[in-house]
Design a protein around this ligand. Sequence first.
Ligand code: RBF
Length: 163
Amino acid sequence: MPTTLEGNLIAEGLDVAIVAARWNDAFGQDMLDGAIDALERHGASEASITVVRCPGSFELPQVAHRVAQSFEVDAIVCIGVLIRGETPHFDYIAGESTSGIGGLGLDLDVPVSFGVLTCDTMKQARARSGSKAGNKGEEAAMAAVEMANLYDALDDYDPDRDS
Ligand code: RBF
């Protein structure tokens, strides 16, 4: 039987930072609430969750990077809501936010999850922030927990232990 390494969804004992952008906060706040609720339902204490607010999704990678420099965390969750307007701004900000957060996950020792909506309409944003299509803040929080526990499992793993 091959060894399978995977992370569980137990948040007890994990320190998690949530970096949440303020733009389109009507939806962002629901995603933030969903993320906090998911962490607590999976065992995280209120004291182990730190929420950091920033202006917009463009700033998410910068702030998440700074968070990792400033205090110890097991995982970082990025939350933002981008809604396409009439100018190409959406594409530029979405590109920077996505590649910035992705790059950060490679550079840092801790996982960084992506809870950024990129929607054409407010209706799509509403559906993904707690109604028809679930709550993507909650999903990003659970991905962060799974990844933090996976990294722990990888740190503890010794392929030669039983040979
Ligand atoms: N930030 C978001 O998180 N979501 C948006 O939909 C969004 N739209 C923007 C549209 C324009 C035209 C501009 C100038 C900024 C927008 N931002 C948005 C803010 C952006 O992420 C950043 O906070 C600001 O550009 C300041 O660096």
